[in-house]
Design a protein around this ligand. Structure first.
Ligand code: PGA
Length: 342
């Protein structure tokens, strides 16, 4: 039985019926205990009863959802010289033995200039991921996704070039590209579809600004970003979600600011993203899609966040430039599995 079936209108009856049906499985009982312990931690017993009930229902629903392998990405952004990249690759290689890679899929995103060096020199247990790929904004006809994006586009990098170089992942829709470089929701959707058409795995970033969080439009913004992606890829045979499309929730106000979102905030957004996927794509996709959290994750705060069952990994900026810190963040996967009893 999957824990998704606990989406009842009554949280306490869902909890007791779930308990009964889980009695035969020791592993699942452990999971229930962990759910309760985490729940008590984040929503103490003296909190408002209705609020507690509402969160408990939501929390139980979330915890039954993600089935994918924990995944951690290092976004190096526009950083690095030949020497510093060489040092970072060496540091990651020497730390990789400390990383439990069976529990954690890892990717790193160097600049385009350093992609090939990193690909040639980094340990096989790291995947290499580009930070962007080009698609023409005027492509409105879905058939055009089949076209090549190589050609008269000065300064751009095509998916076909990444494919040729053997780069298996691409990061799309990062908020720095959306806010500083004009990537609209529609363009991000087309980029995702085109990259998937060529078989690249995609990490697509979503997230709200501080103003949007404060004026209560966080979910309008995120759903709009998700919709632009789903619209482009859900009706094409050649494109798929599942383990090949990872969603990175990155609140803009937490990126590079040292101000990490609280477990409560992350939990709420991740659960709603999963619910949105269930309602707008499919239940299978909602279960299989990994949702990473990004925004000031570091070696010190990753353990706390990894305990949340609905976090399927992290997207890390600043701290990914330090081999030891990044390895420690990858190892938070074992904390995650322990917390959810998997
Ligand atoms: P940060 O960046 O970890 O430095 O906040 C995260 C990101 O932008 O992907």
């Amino acid at each position: 039985m999957t824990m998704i079936s606990t989406q009842s209108t009554n949280a306490s009856s869902a909890l007791s019926s779930t308990k009964v049906s889980l009695l035969s499985s020791k592993r699942n009982i452990t999971k229930m205990i962990n759910v309760q312990n985490d729940y008590d931690r984040y929503f103490p017993r003296n909190s408002n009863k209705n609020e507690r009930k509402k969160k408990k229902k939501n929390d139980l629903m979330i915890r039954m959802s993600g089935t994918g392998k924990f995944i951690v990405g290092g976004n190096w952004k526009c950083n690095g010289t030949r020497d510093s990249v060489k040092e970072l690759v060496a540091a990651l290689n020497s730390n990789v033995s400390k990383v439990e890679t069976e529990n954690c899929e890892i990717y790193v995103c160097p600049s385009f200039l350093h992609l090939n060096y990193v690909k040639e020199n980094i340990d096989d247990r790291f995947n290499v991921c580009a930070q962007n790929s080009w698609v023409e904004a005027s492509l409105v006809d879905p058939e055009h996704h089949y076209d090549s994006t190589t050609g008269a586009f000065t300064g751009e990098i095509s998916v076909e070039m990444l494919e040729d170089l053997g780069i298996p992942w691409v990061l799309l829709g990062h908020s720095e590209r959306r806010t500083l470089l004009g990537d609209t929701d529609a363009i991000v959707g087309k980029k995702v579809a085109h990259a998937r058409y060529h078989g690249l795995n995609v990490v697509v970033c979503v997230g709200e600004s501080l103003d949007e969080r404060e004026n209560g439009t966080t979910f309008d913004v995120i759903y709009k970003q998700l919709k632009a992606v789903a619209k482009e890829i859900d009706d094409r045979e050649h494109s798929s979600w599942g383990s090949s499309v990872v969603i990175a929730y990155e609140p803009i106000w937490a990126i590079g600011t040292g101000k990490v979102a609280t477990p409560d905030q992350v939990q709420e957004v991740h659960s709603k993203i999963r619910k949105w996927l269930k309602e707008n794509v499919s239940a299978e996709v909602a279960k299989a899609t990994r949702i990473q959290y990004g925004g000031s994750v570091n070696a010190g705060n990753c353990a706390e966040l990894a305990k949340l069952s609905d976090i399927d990994g992290f997207l890390v900026g600043g701290a990914s430039l330090n081999g030891e810190d990044f390895s420690a963040i990858c190892n938070a996967s074992s904390i995650h599995y322990k917390a959810i009893g998997r």
